[in-house]
Design a protein around this ligand. Sequence first.
Ligand SMILES: [Zn+2]
Length: 311
Amino acid sequence: MNNSDTIKILFIAGFERSGSTIVNRVLGQIEGFVAWGELRDVWQHGLVEDRTCSCGKRFNQCPVWTDIIKSFFDAQQGKITPQEMIALSKLARNAFYLENFGLPLPRSVNLNVQKYLSQLENLYTAIQSKTNSRVIVDSTKAAWYATLLKESSKIDLYVLHLVRDPRGVCYSLQSRKMKGELASQWYNPIHASVTWRFKNVLSEKLSALESEQYLRLRYEDFIDRPSYYIELIMDFLKEGLSEPLFKENEKSLEMKVDHLFAGSPSSRFNQGVVNLKLDNRWKKELNPINKTLITNITKPQISEYGYLKGP
Ligand SMILES: [Zn+2]
């Protein structure tokens, strides 16, 4: 599927702390692309929690999001609320896992999942029309959400499966935990490794939906050669660059003000000239016992992704 009547979405799949916020923002600097983070959470983190947008305003005061959300709700004529979208999102996620375990879904559940999908189509339509964009980059990451979007005849979905060495991911989660960030509190190295493996296996399965619209990319490679990988992603999307984002062999670019309401705080608010740099502190600072534990739990994947051979 590829025609002008569909909404082209580049969906970043994978596990958290894998560099998706910075990759999302780099892609958002391309003319015709709009990249504002994890769009699944616009209802909870945006409308309900009213988090600070990366433009500096609260979500409900951000003029760009206000315009999009007004367009979405005007089209609904009061038929849906943010709380209903949050409940439908949880239901759709649970339905995906039940189906994966081979359990039949009641008809009422299927109807609600379809209702959720049609409202998501309305959201992406509002984003596309209000931003006049050709490609929407969504770094929601969850495989269940991508599987659902793939069902839509209105959406042309491309999956960028972003992976990062799990030892770097676990180190990053530990650092966030030390800073007291709530979302990281429930991770320990074993739990993080098992979840990293599970979510990456689910993301790999997205290639079965349409192999030509699935691309796996190591975050470390992207940071090492951003101009090369941006061109690769553009070829994958069948898009063209009006001008290069990076000079050959350079890693800095000019970032405009974006409108992300969630994502890595260290990458979300950067503006002006931003230099891409890999955080490799885990190689020296990760506890050796944890390093061995994480390596062994994730071995099949890190071997396949080439992390046992070095960069
Ligand atoms: Zn904003």
